[in-house]
Design a protein around this ligand. Sequence first.
Ligand code: ADP
Ligand code: MG
Length: 454
Amino acid sequence: MDEYVKNWEAVLNKLEMMVSAVSFDLWIKPLELLEFKNGSTLVLGASSTTAKNQILKNHADKLSECILDVFGEGVGYEILDQNEKQEYLKDTVVVEPAVEAREEHPNKGMFNSKYTFDNFVVGKSNQFVYAAARAVAEHPGQKFNPLFIYGGVGLGKTHLLHAIGNYIHEHMPDLKIMYATCEKFTNDYIESLRSNKENETIEFREKYRNLDVLMIDDIQFISNKTSTQEEFFHTFNELYQNNKQIIISSDRPPKEIATLEERLSSRFTCGLIQDIQSPDFETRVAILRKKSQQERYLIDDEVIEFIAEKVDTNIREMEGLLAKVYFFATLLGKKIAGIEEAKEALKETIEKKKEDLNPNIIIECVCDYFNISKADIVGKKKSKEIVEPRMIAIYLISELIDIPLISIGKYFGGRDHTTIIHARDKITDQVKNNIRMANTVKDIENMFSGYVNK
Ligand code: ADP
Ligand code: MG
């Protein structure tokens, strides 16, 4: 099969995870790849004018994004409706044969081939979760079931799920695996209800229950969706009772998923709940090196360290900066991206970061307001003069900064998340019920603008 045909399939697979199941089945999946014109334009035939318009109106950005991801820069697309297609085929001698229907190994293409165990850099922050994922991949249904992986954005959860999928697909091709984002699971379920046909529901159940391995990515989005939770609960039980492997990821531990039903939450605890932490500096450097090799970027080691210093949590963001530097250097015609190019390319991104409020700024403000030291506020002292400011700082961080509660503890000497939740809840309550506390918090918030960009 030609490379571009494989790539197009990869684009479809990506898109499938990004748009609703209805849109995908109705508009996108039927697209016919007519030609890869001049190696730069995918000519796509839509099944109708409506299909063409729907895609252009609602999915054009996502389509471009996936094409960019898979084909790289400089590749575009063109969509033809039926009439345009006739015209086009008349005028064009199509050299490449039209694509045969998507051939089916059910697992094929479900997993991103870059997300493997080999490409996953192991360090202190993720060694346990890596070992657990590996054990589950090697012995699905037998080791840790369910495996619940949680951690902040861009720390490798999806990568690990795909790594498990790729591994099982390669070594145990007969096993039926299903990877779905929570959103996809929800949409599939809602659709099966909406269609109001009994066989749709049966199909849904067939799809999610007749499996050896089920993975649901980003389960936190199930909160507030009562009927989906109910359905997931039954899916879970059915698979679990039959010793089928279940793997779940989330940006926070089960207990912190608001409105997650108790019975579902306690199901998760019967397996292994494992967190994935932000990588330390050495691991960040190793990840960036690996990424450069993989993408064949030529990048100075100094640049890698520079980026690893600037970004200390989100790996996805780090990879984005790496690509930015590389492309910037390429534009300048440099063979190897050096530190000068990196500073230039990342100037805005890094300056912008400075403007943003972050936990350290909040801690600094709170310390100044109460005239206490940073060592005390993050330390162990239990006197009222220190405890209250500490709780206020925790509260403000949880309110104003978009990080999971579990990550806040690390700014306070590694306090565990129950302490963090306690502090947050206590101050939340006081702000509501105590005018003095409400004013204190307001005063501190008013100080922030003088502290960012300092
Ligand atoms: P999450 O699902 O936790 O938000 P992803 O799995 O999407 O994060 O990871 C974000 C990016 O970082 C991906 O490109 C992934 O390959 C990369 N990444 C994360 N952790 C590692 C690691 N330990 N080694 C190599 N790449 C990693
Ligand atoms: Mg993810």
